[in-house]
Design a protein around this ligand. Structure first.
Ligand code: GDP
Ligand code: MG
Length: 447
């Protein structure tokens, strides 16, 4: 959903890479061109696109590929890493100094979502035990104070404003005097003036007078490249410390956000994902890019695949491939998947699935796997090692013991034999990595 346009076109490009028989220079170049096109279509600034894509190409073609990683995986990893690197490797949370008052000033043009985001941030930090207060320093928009007061009431934090005030600097200073012993004071500002120059001037004066700990630019995720121009103008008036990306819930393409980051060097710290005050989230670059590429937490996938390969000894893999696959093996697989976290999360990590799987299917699969674990737990060692002996009376006993139905048990056994047959077919010349991928695919088809 998020940044769908951009996400799905890069995703489609990457999908082709996944399907291609060989990953060679021509394919790398083709992918880079696809990524360029996707970024340009998403309104990302052309200079930035060129920079990003040439880095991707350079790394994909020159970098030594580490052992255990295929060229394909490496290419996808590079695309992912470059986008993440650009947005900030690690989440950059808003760090509040403790035992001291923190002043946060929000800037941005009218309609970008400043007032709403001010209330969201108040909600966010109040929920985390901070004493938060709001100040309305927007004297331009009629009803601005009333709007913030109403939101403040909803959140349960005090709001300072002056009904007929004309001087935002004075109002802000009065408010700050009133909220001396608060942990966080958020100042909402005007987003329009008769002329843009005046607005920028006002922000400059405000920032100089109140000396905020941080100035945060609120950017509407639905606007395109204008975001860069806006961000630059505000950045000139008062250096921006961070970005709040609002309205990242619709069909926003988000290219604007990338451009705003590029124009100012400020990192995105929060995202707004809806109109309600609870619709605020920490910005997490890796998951943002993962979603953007339509493949969830790819970094996590790469790490986990490697861990999983280490965890399964080669002889075991060989044995499984030659048909010595027992219910004990299957149980271990189910356990391993559980250890990796929720099934949903895992599916999100498998390239190609996050876009395709309907929510209900995921739930069914999760539930089923849980049931299967209970069923196998209720079996004797002999039954697990030699499932052929599981006939009707055993099925009845196992169903009762595991609190499931006979139908469930039969389904599991049927699935087991299908899987076993499949592994046999896979026997010739397959690697553990592809085994894993196939295994996952099969589980999904169960749903
Ligand atoms: P300001 O002029 O910058 O103070 O913007 P407002 O806070 O008044 O918001 C302008 C409009 O955007 C309002 O209708 C908000 O409800 C809406 N809005 C703000 N943040 C979000 C968001 O994250 N998602 C959605 N869907 N709407 C938002
Ligand atoms: Mg406002």
């Amino acid at each position: 959903m998020v940044l769908e346009g951009l996400g799905s076109s890069i995703y489609n490009a990457l999908r082709r890479v996944f399907r291609a028989a060989v990953v060679d220079e021509a394919l790398v170049k083709e992918l880079v061109r696809d990524v360029q096109r996707a970024l340009l279509q998403a309104d990302v600034n052309a200079g930035l696109v060129l920079e990003l894509s040439s880095r991707i190409e350079e790394r994909a073609l020159r970098e030594k590929i580490p052992p255990g990683v295929s060229r394909r995986e490496h290419l996808i990893k590079v695309v992912y890493e470059e986008l993440v690197r650009f947005l900030g490797e690690k989440p950059a949370p808003l760090k509040l100094k403790s035992g001291e008052r923190n002043v946060l000033m929000l800037v941005g043009i009218q309609g970008s979502g400043k007032t709403t985001s001010a209330a969201k941030l108040a909600y966010y930090f109040k929920k985390r035990g901070r004493r938060v207060a709001l100040i309305c320093a927007d004297t331009y928009r009629p009803g601005a104070y009333a709007q913030l007061s109403q939101l403040g009431e909803q959140v349960g934090v005090p709001v300072y404003g002056e009904q007929d005030g004309v001087d935002p600097v004075k109002i802000a200073l009065n408010g700050l005097k009133k909220f001396e012993d608060y942990d966080l004071v958020i100042i909402d500002t005007a987003g329009r003036h008769k002329e843009e120059k005046q607005l920028i001037m006002e922000m400059k004066q405000l920032a100089e007078a109140i000396k905020p700990d941080e100035v945060m630019l609120v950017v509407d995720a639905t606007i395109g490249q204008q975001a860069a121009t806006q961000a630059e103008a505000f950045h000139e008036a008062t250096p921006l410390g961070s970005i709040f990306l609002a309205k990242l819930d619709g069909s926003a393409r988000g290219g604007g956000a990338l451009s705003a980051v590029a124009a100012t060097g400020a990192k995105i710290k929060f995202i707004g994902t809806g109109e309600r005050i609870e619709d605020v989230e920490h910005f997490v670059p890796t998951s943002f890019v993962g979603r953007l590429l339509g493949m969830g937490d790819l970094q996590g996938l790469i790490e986990k695949v490697r861990e999983a390969e280490l965890a399964m000894p080669r002889e075991r893999v060989k044995a499984i491939l030659s048909g010595k696959f027992t219910l004990t093996d299957m149980y271990e697989q189910l356990e391993a998947l559980r250890g990796m976290g929720r099934f949903r999360k895992l599916l999100g990590m498998i390239p190609g699935f996050s876009y395709e799987l309907p929510e209900e299917a995921v739930e069914v699969a999760e539930e089923k796997m849980e049931r299967w674990r209970y069923i196998i737990q209720s079996m004797t060692l002999e039954e697990r090692e030699n499932p052929k002996i599981i006939k009707s009376s055993r099925i009845r006993r196992i169903a009762r013991g595991s609190g499931t139905t006979e139908k469930d048990v039969k389904e599991l056994i049927k699935y087991y034999f299908t899987m076993k047959k499949m592994f046999k077919r896979l026997k010739k010349g397959r690697l553990p990595a592809s085994l894993r991928r196939k295994g996952m695919r099969m589980k999904i088809s169960v749903a």
